[in-house]
Design a protein around this ligand. Structure first.
Ligand SMILES: [Zn+2]
Length: 179
């Protein structure tokens, strides 16, 4: 049994289990459900508060954010791409709230979340190195982590700090996804 983002409760049961037994199980865990739903909605609220610190509603706000993103991220990409001997074909920015970055390994482009502006620079640098690392290794496997150890030794710490700042402490991953 688990609570999904919108607060719904998902229950899985073995095929053939009588409905009454499933209902009894849910009934017995009513308190747990109430508690878990409360936590989910509180986390959602904290997350919304975090992202609302960077308003991107107007043209001016978006243009200003883009200017600041380019000034922040492009030198970091340049610095680490040189060290790592990789060259992304394009850098894009999007107002992504669920991921900090996306590496498209087919066309070797990288997309960064505009909300990186809300993180300290060393955490942004960690995301940059992480995405560049995907140009060398697409999966989050042992080889990927060895590369991260080499190119950004504090990656573990940076990831924990990033999760702490945006109150994603309950998520294991949430850093990026591959396209
Ligand atoms: Zn990744």
């Amino acid at each position: 049994m688990r609570i999904v983002k919108n607060g719904d409760v998902h229950v899985s049961a073995p095929i053939g289990m009588p409905k009454s037994e499933v209902e009894r199980f849910i009934e017995e865990h009513r308190e747990w459900i109430a508690e878990a739903r409360k936590k989910t909605s509180e986390r959602q609220k904290r997350r919304e508060e975090f992202y609302s610190q960077l308003p991107l509603r107007t043209r001016e706000q978006a243009d200003d954010a883009l200017r600041r993103l380019k000034a922040l991220i492009e030198p970091l990409v340049e610095k680490h791409a040189k060290i790592m001997h990789v060259s992304p074909t394009a850098i894009h920015y999007r107002a992504m709230i669920s991921r900090w970055g996306v590496c498209n390994i087919k066309d070797k482009s990288i997309c960064f979340s505009a909300y990186l502006l809300l993180l300290p620079e060393w955490c942004v640098e960690h995301v940059v190195v992480h995405e560049l690392c995907h140009l060398l290794e697409p999966s989050h496997n042992a080889r990927f982590h060895t590369l991260m150890d080499k190119f950004f030794p504090r990656w573990h710490e940076a990831r924990a700090e990033t999760h702490r700042i945006c109150r994603m402490e309950d998520d294991d991953e949430g850093l990026d996804e591959l396209e």
